[in-house]
Write a protein that binds this ligand. Structure first.
Ligand code: FRU
Length: 441
């Protein structure tokens, strides 16, 4: 494989920066509850992404916007959902009411024993590329945790403006699909499962990205940096070395959305955090905002963080990434509902950023999600949202972001739609709304 770039030192999320993670008025969202109408009452849904055009803008085929979500039958205990995850799609004309489209990636045709998060491209010629993580192997007897980046391509969108969306006929994704494995870790830039010394292993969440500055075509993904036993990373502290999350990137020199070559990781978090999940960009006038989700339990010993959206900023795609807001923390949950949401996805809208996520566990204030398993099954099911969360609004400027308020559950505006005034007006603004609280986060 051609080496596309000389090796360089990977920009790091340092322990020094991450030590500054602390809830604040700029980063904490209000308490949320599941909506009265769920995205899909028959399925838990989590991890959402929008169908986008090659230039990153939200695609609106036939006037509809389309989202993809991981899903699992609603009667299953929520903790079991990752083992059977299937990718479904939903579509909406107004960005508020979502209609069920059905299964986007047929498990029988796809790679993996289940399919995890990805991204979706509607190419200029109308061809769909549905990127996903192949977790395990098709038809395996026992679940394995091997992860590969995969894509179903060749399908297209069919819309019928006159059909009834309730029947599911108004928009459909139509095959046939070719399913390809795009990338497996090389053990050099990106750790293989066999090399992993960490608590969990990651090589997943492919995210298609065309760089608006260079016009080049990339795929981001969540990975780990190889740190062999005996390495002098983290001053040789072996416990810290096991935390080695990275944001990986591959390039398609020809622009072909299925032909990728690894490049060096954009950022890593060796000695800081094990999982930099679902990496994605917002690029604003040559400034690159890189966002990831991560968990309280994946921080290295001696550091504490939250289940939260974290971010970095650089003025070059392969630039020196600085954590946003100094620590990297962008948006998190309140202290008394620390697991109420997860898996944040940011996209630009007018002069602000909109952030969607899913309702995770509400009415649960224990320090670890492991304690969910101590609840009776009925309580586990009752407290798990498994549906789109209220969309958060963020202001941003340079290397700072600040929370501005929320829209409704699953409200995803596109194409310049006007939004109501935000609860928070400016960076250090006061909250106008009645639920302004005591200042405790
Ligand atoms: C984030 C995540 C993703 C993965 C999926 C599996 O919520 O861990 O990285 O693709 O969940 O359910």
């Amino acid at each position: 494989m051609t080496d596309l770039s000389p090796r360089r030192e990977t920009p790091a999320w340092t322990r020094e920066s991450a030590a500054g993670i602390a809830r604040s008025e700029e980063t904490v969202t209000p308490i949320i509850y599941p909506p009265t109408t769920e995205t899909d009452p028959d399925y838990h849904v989590w991890d959402t992404w929008l169908l986008r055009n090659r230039d990153g803008s939200v695609a609106t085929p036939g006037g509809y916007r389309v989202i993809f979500c991981l899903s699992a039958p609603a009667h299953l205990l929520p903790g079991k959902r990752h083992d059977v995850a299937t990718i479904r799609y939903f579509y909406s004309r107004d960005g508020e009411t979502w209609h069920r489209g059905g299964v986007a990636i047929e498990p029988d045709e796809a790679h993996g024993s289940r399919q995890w998060a990805g991204s979706a491209l509607l190419d200029d010629d109308g061809t769909l590329y549905l990127y996903y993580t192949a977790a395990g192997f098709s038809a395996e007897d026992e679940l394995t945790y091997t992860q590969r980046l995969a894509c179903g391509s060749g399908g297209h969108v069919e819309t019928d403006g006159t059909a009834d969306p309730e029947s599911g006929e108004a928009l459909s994704l139509v095959g046939p699909w070719d399913h390809d494995i795009l990338l497996e870790p090389d053990g050099d830039r990106y750790e293989t499962e066999a090399q992993s010394r960490g608590m969990t292993y990651t090589f997943r969440d492919p995210w298609f990205f065309e760089d608006p500055v260079s016009g080049k075509t990339y795929l981001l993904f969540e990975a780990n940096t190889p740190v062999p036993e005996g390495s002098d990373r983290c001053d040789g502290d072996s416990a810290q070395q096991e935390f080695n999350g990275s944001v990986g990137i591959a390039e398609s020199p020809s622009g072909d959305p299925t032909d990728w070559q690894f490049r060096d990781p954009l950022v890593d978090a060796v000695g800081v955090n094990q999982e930099l999940e679902r990496p994605h960009f917002v690029v604003d006038d040559g400034t690159y905002y890189l966002f990831v989700s991560s968990h309280v339990h994946t921080f290295a010993p001696g550091l504490s963080g939250y289940d939260a959206l974290y971010g970095f900023v650089a003025d070059d795609l392969f630039g020196e990434y600085e954590p946003l807001n100094d620590s990297g923390l962008v948006l998190t949950t309140p202290q008394n509902a620390p697991f109420q949401a997860y898996s944040w996805l940011v996209y630009p809208h007018r002069d602000e950023l909109l952030v969607t996520s899913f309702v995770n566990y509400v009415e649960f204030d224990q320090p670890s999600l492991d304690d969910v398993a101590l609840l009776p099954d009925s309580e586990q099911l009752r407290r798990f949202g498994g549906t789109l969360a209220p969309t958060a609004r963020l202001g941003y400027e340079g290397s700072e972001t600040w929370f501005r308020g929320v829209l409704g559950h699953g409200h995803l505006p596109v194409s310049g739609e006007e939004l109501p005034p935000a609860d928070f007006h400016d960076r250090h603004g006061h909250r106008d709304s009645a639920d302004a609280d005591s200042g405790e986060y």
